[in-house]
Design a protein around this ligand. Structure first.
Ligand SMILES: Cc1ncc(COP(=O)(O)O)c(C=O)c1O
Length: 376
């Protein structure tokens, strides 16, 4: 049996009629960008996240970039994030003309370590003045937000959540995206709530931030052909919004399925030679990715590949060691926990429509790697 990492057609086939109805309704409406579907999706997604406002934009990267600007991050400001994030977290900081500042992770959650954040901010260091922090809810597990928010309050920082992988994540009863000044989502097709193209959203409780975002995404316009600020073109289109509205109605059942497969993996892999993702004590993991860890990750990946099981490494190179960002001056060894995580993580296939037989097969092969891993 060969097992793909992900098959998006299975999800589509499950809701094909609803999607096609929504697409037909939108095409017939003759309104294709920033119209009633976007407005309705913004209302519905804000309600889902427990925030007062939501502003649809072109991608998750744009959500972060525009949120930084809307929250008042200025050119040259330092913005802290974790080194093991997806590169777009960092590109968004640079797009906002700010300077990425990295702080190492807590190895248990693989997200920004609040104590290391406190230490970094309390130690006078050369470099830019830090004005904001972007905790990343990596793989669909919550960052430890309360201590991060506390440190941010002590140091007057804005908190902008990277919730690109975290639709429906909960932290002490609150939804990801609703915890800081702004929460940024990606609806890239592979995400837990995925469009059929690029799309993103910023949610916030701050009416001024929402208003600035609405201008920034649309040429800086406060009214038709009247630009109050410099701006961009990063608009959510009607087709994506209509499709996302359909999918939002299914999100909770899909999260329940993801959690069911994660429980089955945990049961089947209890004695396997890998470290399993930990269920958060304080919230709900939504298992966007099921990232196990192994000191012999590359051997394990090759072994699984040789038995027809596709896996992906999220992410092999920490952001501070990417060619694009070496000029920031962080050497190898600067962030040992994030670097170790990047060397050890391996995402196993997990999505709502994966079959039980596939999960059992994957687990069986991972378990069989307990013996010395043979050459692929
Ligand atoms: C953690 C994280 N941040 C930001 C992004 C950027 O989102 P997008 O691909 O929609 O621009 C992604 C998605 O790839 C992500 O995983």
């Amino acid at each position: 049996m060969s097992v793909p990492f992900l098959d998006l057609r299975r999800g589509y086939h499950g809701i094909r009629d609803e999607i096609l109805l929504a697409v037909e309704r939108t095409l017939e409406s003759g309104w294709y960008v920033l119209g009633p579907e976007v407005a309705a999706f913004e209302r519905e997604f804000a309600e889902y996240c427990g925030t007062r406002h939501a502003v649809g934009v072109g991608s998750g990267t744009d959500a972060l970039h525009l949120a930084l600007r809307a929250c008042g991050v200025k050119p040259g400001d330092g913005v802290v994030t974790a080194p093991n994030t997806a590169v777009p977290t960092v590109s968004a900081i640079v797009a906002a003309q700010a300077c990425p500042v990295f702080v190492d992770i807590d190895p248990r959650t693989m997200t920004l370590d609040p104590e290391r954040l406190r230490a970094r901010l309390s130690t006078p260091a050369a470099g830019p003045r830090v004005t904001a922090v972007i905790p990343v809810h990596l793989y669909g597990g919550p960052a430890d937000m309360d201590p991060i928010l506390e440190v941010a309050r002590e140091h007057g920082l804005m908190v902008i959540e990277d919730a690109a992988q975290a639709h429906g994540v909960e932290y002490r009863g609150r939804r990801a995206g609703s915890l800081g000044q702004a929460g940024c989502f990606s609806f890239y097709p592979t995400k837990n709530l995925g469009a059929c193209g690029d799309a993103g959203m910023v949610v916030t409780n701050d009416a001024d931030v929402a208003e600035r975002l609405r201008m920034l995404r649309n040429y800086g316009e406060e009214a038709k052909y009247r630009s109050r600020t410099d701006g961009f073109n990063s608009r959510l289109d009607e087709l994506q919004a209509a499709i996302l509205r359909v999918k939002l109605r299914h999100l909770e059942e899909w999260i329940a399925e993801r959690r069911r497969w994660a429980r089955l993996y945990a049961e089947l892999l209890a004695d396997a030679p890998v470290t399993l993702p930990a269920e958060p004590a304080l919230g709900r993991h939504v298992y966007h990715l099921y990232a196990v860890r192994s000191a012999r990750r590359d051997d394990l990946q090759n072994y699984l590949q040789s038995r027809g099981i596709a896996t992906i490494v999220h992410y092999p190179t920490p952001a501070h060691r990417q060619p694009a960002y070496v000029a920031l001056g962080y050497d190898e060894g600067s962030f040992p926990e994030a670097e170790r995580a990047c060397a050890e993580v391996l995402s196993l296939p997990l999505y709502p429509e994966i079959s039980e037989a596939e999960v059992r097969r994957i687990a069986e092969v991972v378990r069989s790697a307990r013996r010395p891993i043979p050459e692929a």
